[in-house]
Design a protein around this ligand. Structure first.
Ligand SMILES: Nc1nc2c(ncn2[C@@H]2O[C@H](COP(=O)(O)OP(=O)(O)O)[C@@H](O)[C@H]2O)c(=O)[nH]1
Ligand SMILES: [Mg+2]
Length: 329
């Protein structure tokens, strides 16, 4: 789990200091996370606190299950977490609302833990490919990620606008390139996305760039078409640079709930995905989905988006996340 950018990225540079960065900054981050998750928190935290701080009976566990399922934590995840909590409480291993609430956070965080949480940036250049259904937040995520790499970690970034389907998509990425102060490779509208991807990797190699991030279109006419296009982009990239793309990130829009999960499953069948970016958590009361995705897709959530500003993309830490949803303060 990555509590901070320094935990998320493997850069090969010496650790810049104390894990998790400076405490002031971390407090600020947790406050923003709580605010960003406000809608889910409003629906969930009060209900859970009220339930766990009352006398425990069979209704306690039912109410708890209902609240978690309403927040999209998922039926299977909810069932296993609540039955474990109930067992521990019944056996007297945990007592009191505070301890129950803490244990619930721990159990939820555990379910979200799957292999390889980090993003390895030691290859030079590292090529990151962004995939996902249109409108899920790929371009926004790329811009925010470029900003962090370039401006905070002092890594050089090159963007590749391989979503050549619409001119507006290229302009949008150009806007982010300006904000992040990084270079961008574009092609004419309707041109071959593979050619743009190839050019991006080539220029990153020639220019000694640290990270190339490639945007894709993610149209979903048919699965075959999508598979053909993404497959071609990947082949072109790996032909230019062996081992690339090093990281394929799949964006999922949290507001689309279980439907988004189904689409994500389809994508992960078509391309090898290394991690999930879960966006728009600020726009839903069902943000619990972040805790269920890892288990359902067997893929780690690596980044979360809680808004459209530069600061709104964050590394995902399941414990911080669960705490932001549930804890009273
Ligand atoms: N509220 C909110 N809006 C977001 C977030 N991420 C992206 N958006 C918005 O969602 C829309 C689609 O995003 P975009 O990056 O263009 O998606 P793409 O089609 O996958 O590239 C845009 O209006 C973004 O500003 C987020 O975390 N929160
Ligand atoms: Mg886009």
């Amino acid at each position: 789990m990555s509590r901070d950018w320094n935990d998320l990225f493997i850069t090969g540079e010496p650790d810049p200091g104390e894990k998790g960065g400076d405490p002031e900054r971390r407090r600020g981050f947790l406050r923003r996370l709580r605010e960003g998750l406000g809608k889910t928190r409003q629906a969930l935290a009060g209900e859970i606190q009220a339930t766990l701080f009352q006398n425990l009976d069979e209704h306690t566990w039912e109410r708890l299950e209902e609240a978690l399922i309403m927040a999209d934590v998922g039926v299977a995840t909810t069932a296993s977490v609540v039955s474990e909590l109930e067992a521990e409480a019944t056996e007297g291993r945990i007592e009191g609302g505070e301890a129950l609430s803490e244990r619930l956070i721990e159990l939820l965080a555990q379910t979200a833990r799957v292999s390889r949480q980090q993003i390895d940036l030691t290859a030079k250049p590292t090529v990151i490919l962004a995939v996902g259904v249109n409108g899920t937040g790929k371009t926004t995520t790329i811009g925010q990620l470029a900003f962090h790499l370039q401006r905070e970690l002092q890594m050089s970034v090159l963007l590749g606008a391989a979503d050549t389907f619409r001119a507006a998509a290229v302009e949008q990425l150009e806007g982010w390139a300006r904000r992040a102060e990084c270079e961008i490779v574009t092609g004419p509208e309707g041109s071959d996305p593979g050619a743009v991807a190839f050019e991006t990797v080539a220029r990153a190699q020639q220019g000694g760039i640290d990270v190339a991030i490639i945007d894709t279109a993610g149209r979903l006419h048919t699965q075959d078409e999508l598979m053909a296009e993404l497959g071609k982009i990947r082949r072109v990239i790996s032909r230019r640079l062996e081992g690339a793309p090093h990281e394929t990130l799949l964006t999922i829009d949290a507001t689309t709930g279980q439907n988004g999960l189904r689409q994500a499953k389809m994508f992960s069948e078509v391309v090898d995905v290394d991690g999930i970016v879960l966006t728009k958590l600020d726009g839903t009361a069902r943000g619990g989905i972040a805790l269920a995705i890892a288990r359902e897709l067997q893929l780690p959530v690596k980044l979360i988006g809680v808004g459209e500003s530069l600061e709104d993309l964050r590394p995902f830490d399941a414990a911080d996340f669960a705490r932001a949803l549930i804890a009273s303060a």
